[in-house]
Design a binder for this molecule. Structure first.
Ligand SMILES: [Zn+2]
Length: 483
């Protein structure tokens, strides 16, 4: 009962207080494109009407009470989307609804404050779409009603969203204003880049980072019904502000805000193709599933071991370049990346990827193979858990022989693997078919499995004999064929 009372009270108070502000605060980190890139983008956008628009998928969540009250109407939603699309058309951007409107009937979310917000988002955000929540009451950290707020691109992708308070949806500007934040526009009165001077000195490095948005003292309460600035404030030089009350990103009256400047439009367009390029242009559910061919890789000969895995795409549309990494793990926690790359996977398709485990000095230490997909989280998937598998390595050849010679026959390099437990001082002698000594070597064997490689590229073809003497008294013999 108490919550219903609070809701009713809040809704009543909203009709009186139509000045609810935007709750989006400056981000902790923010990046501006260079003025050169902005100017180039302004020129490019002059032909926006001749280009294919960048479409963004929107997931709309309309929150109602458990009994279905207080929700935004479908008509209000559609009109707001149409208005926003008109505002963003000069930026060559279009917003389309992905699926049906998601109606959330839960009285607990009729009022969303800063504490509840993460739970709402965690429960309902649809990855790779712009999630807009239409909420009867949105409160900031102080418990004040706000018209809306949004996350900049520096926010974790999976938690980005726009909150809209229902009574601000149809005011003509708040939705486009919040979407501006979503594309990294700051308020025109922002001092993220330092105080801004009316004379526009160093404008690209002050205020909101733009040179075509006038210095703005923050317009709340300083704009009259004719959309004229009525303030008398002065900047650091004592010069009176001449802000522009028509700008969407200002705190002017809601109905006065109708303009994104060319630089702001360029910024939005650059952010759309840059930090927001992970957002879908079509309505898809995306998942990459990593499948292995077996539980372990069997190694039975002295050559690079071969393995493979399959990447399956659960998507209705589009091809994706999926990155993978294959690492060999040893029993001491060491890991060596033995293969990495990316492969194009079509919607609904499966691609088999082969890899090899190099037969090198560390070969015997490797115990497992770990395969990972999309380690950089380029894609937000419906399930990230299926992006990693670990395979065993089945070394089932080294146990039998004390000495292993590889390769057989040898052309350029001869490897001698000593597979006798414990340390020993070792002498190796290699003789040709005439009994002449062609290799003589001595060393301390410090590992259970110890590899020595010799250059035999200049040896004549034929059979060679190897004698291995340990200071423990053990002697091993072997032979190899040189080709
Ligand atoms: Zn704002």
């Amino acid at each position: 009962m108490k919550s219903i009372f609070v809701v009713l009270f809040a809704i009543l108070s909203l009709s009186i207080n139509a000045q609810d502000l935007c709750g989006t605060e400056d981000p902790e980190t923010h990046t501006m494109p260079s003025q050169k890139d902005i100017q180039a983008e302004i020129l490019r956008l002059q032909n926006a009407d001749k280009m294919e628009p960048r479409i963004f998928m929107v997931t709309a969540h309309i929150i109602k009470s458990s009994t279905g009250n207080f929700g935004l109407s479908q008509t209000q939603f559609e009109e707001a989307m149409a208005k926003m699309n008109a505002d963003y058309a000069p930026m060559n951007i279009r917003f389309e609804l992905c699926g049906d409107v998601n109606e959330i009937r839960n009285t607990a979310y009729v009022t969303v404050d800063a504490e509840e917000a993460p739970y709402l988002v965690a429960d309902f955000n649809v990855p790779n779409t712009i999630n807009i929540y239409f909420i009867p009451n949105v409160l900031n950290g102080n418990g004040d009603n706000i018209c809306g707020n949004a996350n900049f691109t520096s926010t974790n992708k999976s938690s980005r969203r726009i909150f809209m308070q229902n009574n601000c949806v149809s005011n003509g500007s708040t939705l486009s204003h919040e979407m501006g934040h979503f594309f990294d526009l700051l308020h025109t009165h922002s001092t993220f880049y330092g105080p801004e001077l009316v004379l526009r000195i160093g404008c690209e490095n002050s205020g909101d980072g733009f040179c075509d948005t006038p210095a703005d003292p923050r317009l709340s309460g300083l704009v009259n019904g004719a959309c004229e600035y009525t303030g008398t404030e002065v900047d650091e030089f004592g010069i009176a502000y001449e802000p522009d009350p028509t700008l969407f990103m200002s705190y002017s009256l809601k109905e006065c805000r109708t303009v994104f400047t060319p630089e702001q439009q360029a910024m939005v367009s650059l952010t759309a193709s840059g930090a927001n390029d992970y957002l879908f242009s079509e309505c898809v559910e995306l998942d990459f599933v990593l499948q292995d061919e077996g539980e372990s890789i069997k190694v039975e000969s002295f050559a690079d071991a071969e393995g493979s895995f399959t990447i399956q795409s659960i998507a209705q549309l589009n091809s994706y370049d999926v990155s993978y990494e294959v690492a060999a793990l040893d029993k001491w926690g060491g890991e060596t990346v033995v293969d990495a790359g990316s492969v194009l996977v079509d919607a609904g398709d499966e691609v088999e990827v082969g890899f090899s485990l190099p037969f090198d000095d560390n070969f015997y230490r490797y115990e497992k193979i770990r395969i990972k997909l999309d380690e950089g989280n380029s894609w937000i998937e419906t399930d990230e858990e299926n992006n990693e598998i670990v395979l065993g390595i089945d070394h089932n050849y080294v146990r039998e022989d004390a000495v292993l010679i590889f390769p057989q026959p040898a052309a350029d390099e001869l490897n001698i693997y000593l597979n006798r437990p414990g340390f020993s001082d070792v002498e190796i002698r290699v003789y040709n078919n005439s009994g002449q000594l062609v290799i003589e070597d001595s060393f301390r064997k410090t590992l259970s499995i110890f590899n020595k490689a010799y250059d035999v590229s200049n040896f004549l073809s034929g059979v060679y004999y190897i004698v291995i003497q340990h200071d423990t008294g053990d002697v091993e013999t072997a032979k190899f064929v040189k080709i």
